[in-house]
Design a protein around this ligand. Structure first.
Ligand code: ZN
Length: 430
């Protein structure tokens, strides 16, 4: 099953005993994740840095054993041989410095790359928020419909996912759906897939936001939900699967159109679909883990089962859309064309180039580069220069940047035209 070329990540690979518990899990709630997010809100800047450091660390650990060639190069390989990566800096709305790296390849995987997932997820979450806001502004209403499928232990994720896609097509096509759409004033839907892994295998849920062009009562929302669930169930049965009916296979919630609630619902959808931080094994609901929690465990323990499951996850999720829109909903919500995952990660970071790392020095610092970003955000570019110099890494300051407050070292002296400073080339190692 393992397809790694350079072997598994850490330590000894041990087999985990598979338990023989329940076959299906009830629909989850995401309390643990919400609590985590609230704790981080206490110090958002530190929380953001911590999450970034974790994402960069996970990605660098994946370089050696991921099955995805683009992920292997993501954040590791520069765009061109000639240039090294450049630290770009901007200020957020509070005036705090924000840094990022430009000039590196990006893989654009919303499912498997911890770094790209953060960037893509932030964009998708903002778009979900815009749709919900449009519903409120235009006097519409919305329901959050979640549907779950039952699975047999050990079923391949790719099979489950294919069944899910087919079932969702059945939900949103055909005469019954057309009739429901007309009767209830359905404008459209957007949907995302949540996957978790438990002792009995993979669980997939569809979370859909169904948008109505006017007020619709909760009872009517449930009615349309039952209709959707009926088609869902029948389509799954045709694939030899079934839905989880009495145990919470269907959940229909009315989205309240207050500002607070709009935030909650877009937060909810974002968390289940786009948030890469999730509870560890211990905190997870019913022992179910989100894929990135699985990755964290695989990296921490090197359990063969976890490593294999992660590789299965990479293969099964690859090239699948994370957020799917019904035709016309984006136009209705006055959103522009949807950017692809690749376009989102390829977009230039905002800000100005403040420090370039010599290409030959990049391999020696890239696994710790989150430290460099932190140092520059906290103490300024000069501190970043000291950080690189202490590691024997070459660097230079790209032309024309204006801020000289904590960058006096750079702001004074000769014009800043690609001045190469201090450290000789060809010194890489730490
Ligand atoms: Zn990536």
């Amino acid at each position: 099953m393992t397809t790694t070329e350079s072997g598994p990540p850490p330590r000894a690979r041990r087999r985990r005993e598979r338990g023989a518990g329940e076959r299906s899990e009830p629909l989850g709630n995401h309390c643990a994740q919400v609590v985590t997010a609230e704790v981080e809100r206490a110090d958002p800047v530190a929380g953001r840095r911590e999450r970034r450091a974790e994402a960069l660390r996970w990605r660098s650990r994946l370089w050696g054993w991921t099955s995805l060639p683009r992920l292997r190069n993501c954040g590791r390989v520069t765009h061109t041989r000639a240039g090294g990566p450049v630290v770009r800096m901007s200020e957020d709305e509070t005036g705090a410095r924000r840094t990022g790296l430009a000039g590196l390849q990006s893989c654009g995987s919303p499912w498997s790359c911890p770094v790209c997932a953060r960037r893509i997820g932030a964009r998708r979450a903002a778009e979900v928020r815009e749709v919900v806001q449009a519903v409120a502004d235009r006097g519409g209403s919305a329901a959050l419909v979640t549907m779950t499928m039952r699975h047999r232990p050990g079923m391949a994720l790719s099979l489950l996912w294919a069944a899910l896609s087919a079932a969702w097509s059945a939900v949103t096509s055909g005469a019954a759906w057309k009739a429901d759409k007309a009767a209830f004033g359905v404008v459209g839907w957007l949907r995302t897939v949540e996957a978790t892994i438990g002792e009995n295998g993979w669980h997939l849920h569809v979370h859909a936001l169904v948008v109505f062009d006017g007020p619709v009562s909760h009872a009517l929302m449930e009615e349309i939900g039952y209709g959707m669930f009926g088609r869902w169930e029948r389509a799954l049965e045709r694939k030899g699967l079934s839905a989880v009916a009495e145990r919470g296979g269907l959940d229909v919630r009315e989205v309240q159109m207050s500002a607070d609630s709009l935030d909650r619902v877009s937060d909810y959808l974002s968390k289940v679909a786009f948030e890469i931080t999730s509870p560890s094994t211990k905190d997870g609901r019913h022992g179910n883990r989100a894929p990135f929690a699985l990755l964290r465990d695989a990296l921490a323990t090197g359990l063969a089962d976890d490593c294999d499951l992660w590789l299965e996850w990479e293969r099964a999720s690859h090239n699948r859309r994370q957020l799917t829109w019904s035709q016309g909903l984006r136009e209705w919500a006055r959103l522009g064309r949807e950017a692809t995952d690749e376009e989102i990660v390829a977009e230039d970071l905002r800000g100005e180039d403040v420090l370039a790392i010599a290409p030959e020095s990049w391999p020696s610092v890239r696994e710790d580069v989150s430290e460099l970003l932190d140092v520059i955000e906290v103490d300024g570019v000069a501190a970043g220069i000291r950080w690189l110099t202490a590691r024997g890494a070459g660097w230079f300051v790209p032309g024309h940047h204006q801020r000289g407050d904590d960058q006096d070292e750079d702001a004074q002296g000769p014009p800043r035209r690609q001045r190469r400073r201090g450290v000789p080339r060809r010194r890489g190692g730490r």
